[in-house]
Structure formats: structure tokens, C-alpha cells
Design a protein around this ligand. Structure first.
Ligand code: HEC
Ligand code: HEC
Length: 480
């Protein structure tokens, strides 16, 4: 007994040491503190770090090891990632949380898809507007880049570790951790993700500024069968949610108004991005983001227009548009039936009754008490605040400028460049020259309206107005 005691103590010390080390290297939490909700929105975690986070050091060296797998030159910038001035390569770009759970992880957050980048002219400094729709982020290209890396024979500790050590020399233990655990596990997780998104190869490419928002959730999280639908739609602005509810309590959200509760939309958005109620920061994070989106405002328009023209335009708006877009419009923030608005039907068809029911009953791991998902065939008529920043227009982003939207559908551009961040102060929207589908461009990509889900049809309101009325209306819309 006398002799075994020291052994036992020794063993316990060793096991305790291993336990502590495992805790420290794999589970210890160290989240940056953000003083303002605005900073939190850009860089805070949404509780998806464990589910979707990529080890930071691996993420950091992927552009060095796999520059050829990006869609263009510039590494992550070619996927639309945006670093604010003064932040270095070692910092997260807008839309990523960099937090430590054992090791540092990079995980996307809401600002990944809700942050508009603009320039006043070619060569001008970019300006970012968090809560606006992301016009550069290419979510699908990012996913496919990660899968391509994981499928590549270069994704090995032998290739990655020397690059990692150039960024951050590792201790003996950390090197072993990366070699035997993190690099192989990351590779496997990315390959698993590739399999989960296999269905997306049977659909049109999303491209920058667009995603299919709910099919990934339907087929993976809600376990519904692939129904062949195409949901490709534009990112949305998420500002001023309280102001919307002041117009209409329980105002529907999303392009087709598929849910009437801000709380449920915030939480379901996080779940779709890998957020989990089991993450200790989940509900704090949701509260903070919800508070921020409720009180945020659409950025004021930078445009000026002659006051007389604006006044004339306001009268045209009152006659032609107010019913659906003015604060006191009878149909504002209601879902206008598809048969009436006549825009591309794919997005509304993607949201099915089965999806509505599955989401309302979703309680995997936690009962969120969802009850506000609804199915209405049509699209939501929204107030037009911040219109200058939200181009291209309609739910599928199929019409480059407001001036084009005031032309009959048949006369709207057939193919145009999306992803140029230069604002068009005349037509409202972004500069969008005509292009040939498939052509490789220096900036942006060629949006082809003949692809399924991309039709610019419908919403012919105001298209038969005389040119002078259209000019006045545009002058008024510039002030929103
Ligand atoms: C991967 C991209 C992506 C991420 C990340 C993302 N969203 Fe969104 N969000 C979208 C898209 C796209 C839509 C419009 C989808 C649709 O209805 O077709 C949208 C719609 C919304 C809307 C509805 C806005 C309105 O005016 O009706 C809200 C609110 C919202 N998102 C909040 C969030 C929050 C909160 C987060 C983070 C927890 C988040 N989103 C993360 C892409 C994203
Ligand atoms: C009967 C209702 C109705 C009327 C009238 C109407 N709209 Fe709309 N508007 C909608 C709906 C519904 C949508 C969403 C359609 C979609 O995304 O497919 C929309 C979308 C828009 C958008 C795109 C918003 C965005 O974020 O992409 C603009 C711009 C717009 N309308 C301007 C106008 C103007 C200008 C007028 C008057 C000339 C007008 N609308 C008249 C119902 C209406």
C-alpha cells in the first residue's frame, strides 16, 4: 500500500495533466469582447464555431498552398472577402468570427452575407455598409474552394505544416495536434460538407451576392427529399427591423415572407449557418444581433436631386407605387400573389408546405418553439428605404438598375455584369454593362437572365409612364 500510493498519485497527476491539456487544446473558450453591437455584427460569433469553424491556421495558409483553386487571383479577395482598412491579414475579414475553442477557428457570421461594398467611382476607396446585402461574397465558390482543397493531394500535414509554421511557429504539442488531429479532421469535415452539397451541382451556380437560402436547410437539417427546386435569390438588407414592424406588426420577412417573427428569422438564420443552441454563447449572440438589426437604419442616400423634380416624382410614386411600397400602403409588407406581381416563380416554389411544416416542428437538440413559418405563393412588397444600396433588383437580382425596372420586362437587359461595386447615381443601383454569358471578366461575372431562376419578368408597374414622369420618379427614388 505504502509503495502503490506514490504511483497512484503520479498516475492521477499524469491523467490530470492530459485532461487539462485536452481541455486547453480542444475546448478552452476564449472569445474576443466587442464593445458595440455593430462590431459584434461584423466579427462576433453566432455559435457555429464548433460546427462549422475551420482551424484558423489551416484557413490562413490555404491561399498560399492552393492559389490555383480560387476562381481568380487575389486569394480570399477573389471570393469577395473584405478586410476593413487597418485590419491585417492576421485578422478576420468582415463576416468572420475568429474565436478560440481549444484552437482558433474561423466561422462565418451574419455579416458574411449582409454587408454591401461600394465605390463612388473606379479606383475610389471602397466603403462598406454592414446590414446591406453582400454584393461580393460568393458563398458557393467559398464552399467549393474548401472542398477542392480537401480533395486535393496537397491537403496533408507534410505540405500544410511548413506553411503554418511560417505564420506561427508551433510548440511540439501543437505540431502533433495539427498533424494527427486537426489537419486530418478538417479534411474529413470538408469532404463531408462536399457530399452534403452534392445536390447543388444539379442546379444553376449561385454566383456572388446570391445563394439558395433554404434548399441546403431543407435537404440537410430538415431531412426533406431533394424536390428539384431552385431557390437562387439575392442577399437581402437586414436593417430597420423595428421600423418595419412599426408599419405592420408581424410583418413577414424574407423575399416570399416565409416567416412573420423577427426572433425566429434571426435564430433560423444562425441555424442554417451551423449555429447550435448547445453553444454557450448562442442565445447571448442571438439577443445581441436581434437588438442591433431591430434598431439599425438604412444608410442615408448620398444622391442629390432637384427638389422640384423630387416633388413631382413623389406624386408619381403616390399614384403608381405607394399602395405597395409607402409606409401607409395598403399592401406594404404583405405578400403580393405571384399571379399579380408576375416575377420569376422559382424562389417562391422552393419554399414548400413540407418545408414550412418541417421547420415549424424542428426541435433537434433544442425546442425553439418555431410557429411562424408560413407558405404564401408570392413575393413581399417592402418599403424601399436604402434603395440606392440594394441593387440589382427583385428577389433574384435580375434587373440591374431601378431605371431598367421601369422598362417593360422584354426591354430589360438580357445579360449584364454583376459584382462591380461602383454605384450608378443616374439609374440607381450598380454600374452593370452588358456582357456575353460565360465570358471571363476582370471584375464581376456575367448574369444571364435566361438561366432558370434568373428571369427579369414581371413587376411591370410604372413601365408605361411617359419619360418625364419616369425621370421625376427616379429623382424621388434617389432620395430614399
Ligand atoms: C450565407 C449567407 C447568409 C448568412 C450567413 C446570413 N444570411 Fe440572412 N439572408 C440571406 C439571404 C440570401 C436572405 C434572403 C433569402 C430569401 O428569402 O430568399 C436573407 C434574409 C435575412 C433576413 C430577412 C430580411 C428581410 O428584410 O426580410 C434576416 C432578418 C436575416 N437574413 C438575418 C440574418 C441573421 C441574423 C444572420 C446571422 C445569424 C444571417 N441572416 C446570416 C443570406 C444570409
Ligand atoms: C401591387 C404591388 C406593387 C406595386 C403597385 C409596385 N410594386 Fe414594387 N414590388 C412589389 C413586389 C411584390 C416586389 C417584390 C418582387 C420580387 O422580388 O420578385 C417589388 C419590388 C420592387 C423593387 C425591388 C426591391 C428590391 O429590393 O429588389 C423596386 C425597386 C420596386 N418594387 C419599385 C416599385 C416602383 C417604383 C413602383 C411604382 C412604379 C412599384 N414598385 C409598384 C410590389 C409592387
Amino acid at each position: 500500500m505504502r509503495k502503490t500510493l506514490p504511483w497512484l498519485v503520479g498516475l492521477l497527476v499524469v491523467l490530470g495533466g492530459i485532461g487539462w491539456l485536452a481541455y486547453d487544446k480542444l475546448f478552452r473558450r476564449d472569445f474576443p469582447v466587442y464593445a458595440s453591437d455593430a462590431e459584434y455584427f461584423k466579427y462576433g460569433s453566432i455559435g457555429n464555431d464548433s460546427e462549422n469553424g475551420v482551424p484558423y491556421l489551416v484557413w490562413r495558409v490555404l491561399p498560399t498552398v492552393f492559389p490555383d483553386l480560387f476562381p481568380g487571383p487575389g486569394g480570399y479577395a477573389s471570393l469577395g472577402f473584405y478586410w476593413e482598412k487597418g485590419r491585417s491579414e492576421a485578422d478576420a475579414p468582415v463576416g468572420f468570427s475568429k474565436a478560440r475553442i481549444g484552437f482558433e477557428r474561423m466561422a462565418i457570421n451574419c455579416a458574411f452575407c449582409h454587408n454591401t461594398i461600394t465605390r463612388s467611382a473606379l479606383g475610389a476607396e471602397p466603403v462598406a455598409y454592414p446590414t446591406g446585402p453582400s454584393n461580393l461574397t460568393d458563398v458557393q465558390a467559398y464552399q467549393r474552394f474548401l472542398s477542392a482543397c480537401a480533395s486535393d493531394p496537397r491537403f496533408t500535414p507534410e505540405v500544410l505544416l511548413p506553411e503554418i509554421e511560417k505564420v506561427a511557429p508551433l510548440s511540439f504539442i501543437d505540431r502533433a495536434l495539427y498533424r494527427f488531429l486537426l489537419i486530418p479532421a478538417t479534411r474529413q469535415a470538408l469532404l463531408d460538407q462536399k457530399a452534403v452539397f452534392a445536390w447543388s451541382f444539379t442546379r444553376p451556380v449561385w454566383h456572388a451576392g446570391r445563394i439558395d437560402p433554404f434548399n441546403p436547410v431543407k435537404f440537410d437539417m430538415l431531412k426533406l427529399p431533394d424536390d428539384g427546386t431552385i431557390g437562387n435569390s439575392d442577399m437581402m438588407a437586414v436593417w430597420g427591423l423595428d421600423a418595419r414592424n412599426a408599419i405592420r406588426p408581424d410583418a413577414p420577412l424574407h423575399w416570399d415572407g416565409l416567416n412573420t417573427s423577427i426572433r425566429e428569422v434571426v435564430i433560423s438564420s444562425a441555424l442554417g449557418d451551423g449555429g447550435r443552441a448547445s453553444a454557450p454563447n448562442f442565445f447571448d449572440s442571438m439577443n445581441r444581433i436581434e437588438r442591433y438589426l431591430r434598431s439599425s437604419r438604412a444608410p442615408a442616400s448620398p444622391y442629390e436631386a432637384a427638389p422640384v423634380l423630387v416633388e413631382q416624382g413623389a406624386a408619381v410614386f403616390a399614384a403608381e407605387c405607394a399602395e405597395c411600397h409607402a409606409k401607409d400602403g395598403a399592401k406594404t409588407l404583405t405578400v403580393v400573389p405571384l399571379a399579380e406581381v408576375g416575377t420569376d416563380r422559382h424562389r417562391t416554389d422552393m419554399w414548400t408546405i413540407a418545408a414550412r411544416d418541417a421547420y415549424n416542428n424542428y426541435n433537434q437538440g433544442y425546442d425553439f418553439g418555431f410557429k411562424s413559418f408560413q407558405k404564401v405563393e408570392g413575393y413581399l412588397a417592402e418599403p424601399l428605404d436604402g434603395l440606392w444600396l440594394t441593387g440589382p433588383y427583385l428577389h433574384n437580382g435580375s434587373v440591374p438598375t431601378v431605371a431598367d425596372l421601369l422598362e417593360p420586362a422584354a426591354a430589360r437587359p438580357k445579360a449584364f455584369v454583376r459584382g462591380i461595386t461602383v454605384l450608378d447615381s443616374e439609374k440607381i443601383g450598380f454600374v452593370a454593362p452588358a456582357c456575353v454569358p460565360g465570358a471571363k471578366l476582370d471584375e464581376g461575372y456575367c448574369y444571364d437572365t435566361s438561366e432558370a431562376g434568373n428571369s427579369p419578368e414581371g413587376h411591370e408597374y410604372g413601365t408605361s409612364l411617359p419619360p418625364a414622369d419616369k425621370a421625376a420618379l427616379i429623382a424621388y427614388l434617389k432620395t430614399l
